[in-house]
Design a binder for this molecule. Structure first.
Ligand SMILES: Nc1ncnc2c1ncn2[C@@H]1O[C@H](COP(=O)(O)OP(=O)(O)O)[C@@H](O)[C@H]1O
Ligand SMILES: [Mg+2]
Length: 244
């Protein structure tokens, strides 16, 4: 479980971007943050993974304060971020790319090998394409390899920033399956998604942000069914929209 309490954060000398964020991403559930561009969604994830030091408030992993700790310390506690623009190494194989997820524990070869085998069972793509260069994969397949890599350290929490960005609908389906798989492994997922319908369909809990504040928290399906939310995000009732 990740809890944000009155979290304040920003960049450099500029004013605060996050102006008191309060919400909880419950254990072993999928929580999706939605909201317009510039709302501060990615900033919340950065404050959680240690890429950005909070100016105030708390980030709690269970009962433990992790806000302000280094990215390495937070990673060691089981919080892994798959960033918005993340690359695989194109000239390395799928297996090599996944194994890099355990780089910090690279001396524990047997343990890493066993973990890899588990992951290859969970994601059939990994087993099928293990020896192929990452460069030969489609966009959706690459994203799946990034997820698999994030699982190498048996994370408690996975942070996903815009997992479907730039992907076609078929690839989005693959990503949805991969996120569901992460979740079935008991991982707590906190994701940001600009594809609101996609994110809320997948998620258990929704957080709506705007202007560095939380406007709403609640069940994702309730928000999806809410006509006001249709106006907010789609400019029309949801049923009048193309899902393509
Ligand atoms: N590295 C940065 N330096 C300065 N300002 C930034 C930086 N990253 C983001 N911002 C600003 O913070 C605000 C929130 O950004 P972000 O969290 O990326 O929003 P979102 O992910 O919701 O689109 C924006 O106004 C953005 O311009
Ligand atoms: Mg963002």
């Amino acid at each position: 479980m990740i809890t944000f309490k009155n979290l304040v954060a920003g960049y450099g000398r500029a004013g605060d971007i996050l102006r008191g964020i309060d919400f909880t991403a419950p254990e072993s559930a999928i929580t999706c943050i939605v909201g317009p561009n510039g709302a501060g969604k990615s900033t919340v994830l950065k404050a959680c993974s240690g890429l950005l030091r909070p100016r105030g408030g708390q980030v709690l992993l269970g009962d433990e304060e992790i806000g302000g700790r280094s990215p390495a310390e937070i990673l060691r506690r089981g919080v892994v971020q798959v960033p918005q623009h993340h690359g695989l190494f194109p000239s390395l194989t799928v297996r090599e790319n996944v194994m890099l997820g355990a780089f910090v524990n690279r001396r524990e070869r047997d343990r890493n090998r066993r973990r890899y085998e588990e992951i290859a069972q969970v994601f059939p793509l990994i087993a099928e394409r293990a020896g192929d260069k990452a460069a030969s994969l489609s966009g959706g397949q690459r994203r799946t390899v990034e997820f698999a890599r994030a699982l190498m350290l048996r994370p408690r929490v996975v942070l996903l920033d815009e997992p479907t960005l730039g992907l076609d609908p078929k690839a989005c389906k693959q990503i949805a399956d991969s996120i569901t798989t992460l979740n079935k492994e008991g991982v707590t997922v906190l994701m940001v998604e600009q594809n609101v319908r996609f994110g809320l369909t997948l998620a258990d809990h929704a957080v709506v942000m705007e202007g560095g504040r939380v406007l709403h928290t609640g069940a994702a399906d309730a928000l999806l069914a809410d006509p006001d939310m249709g106006r907010l995000f789609f400019g029309a009732a949801p049923e009048q929209q193309e899902t393509s």
